[in-house]
Write a protein that binds this ligand. Sequence first.
Ligand code: URA
Length: 243
Amino acid sequence: MRLDKYLADMGIGTRSELKAKIRKGSATVNGSIIKDPGFQVPAQAIVTFCGQTVSYESNAYYMLNKPAGVISATEDPKLKTVIDLIEESHRTDLFPVGRLDKDTEGLLLITNDGALSHRLLSPKHHVDKVYYAIISGIVSKQEITAFANGLKVDDDLTAMPADLTILHTDPEKVTSEVEITIREGKFHQIKRMFEAVGMKVMYLKRIKMGSLSLDPALSPGEYRRLTQDEVEALQSNETKGTY
Ligand code: URA
């Protein structure tokens, strides 16, 4: 791998900043100053930048509390993306695992681990996704039963059975707070499910995906690295097929 990419992947700076600094002699590989940003770093090499050792981490995992107003994409010419929010990292290989609508908040896993992402999103694994929602309308046992039975949403979608829990209803405002667990991730799925029973989702936030729960310490727009335990739980839940 090129020296400038190695350092950029580890969040040391942007490729252009790094190129300039490497040319000035800020980087060493196995003890020698390397001024060529395109120098191929050998496997197991010891790399330093401005006197600090920089170890290469091949996989990165972040938990983001996605705020409303940003899109679940890697880049966009006009709109802010979830990747733009991961300011700590200048890696070019990060992507969000799945999508949340622009107005949806909450848990989004950002990684460069394609294999894990593929398995978490694969329709055959039915990974549980838990959302908190505020609904315009009074949700009742009728909707709980309809969702549990696998709701016919429209001609394109009959949802798999979903667990709906009523947290609170407000008869004056005619609103309900609910928690809903779905095991698939179709386009606008939750909004479409409530529309199919004559109600509207006013606010939607994902709070859990598989074994991973949104850290309540993260405000919208904030992120943190996953702990080793969280990464292992996602990987082992997954490979054991326990979802
Ligand atoms: N369902 C939706 O309708 N929107 C989301 O963002 C996620 C699930």
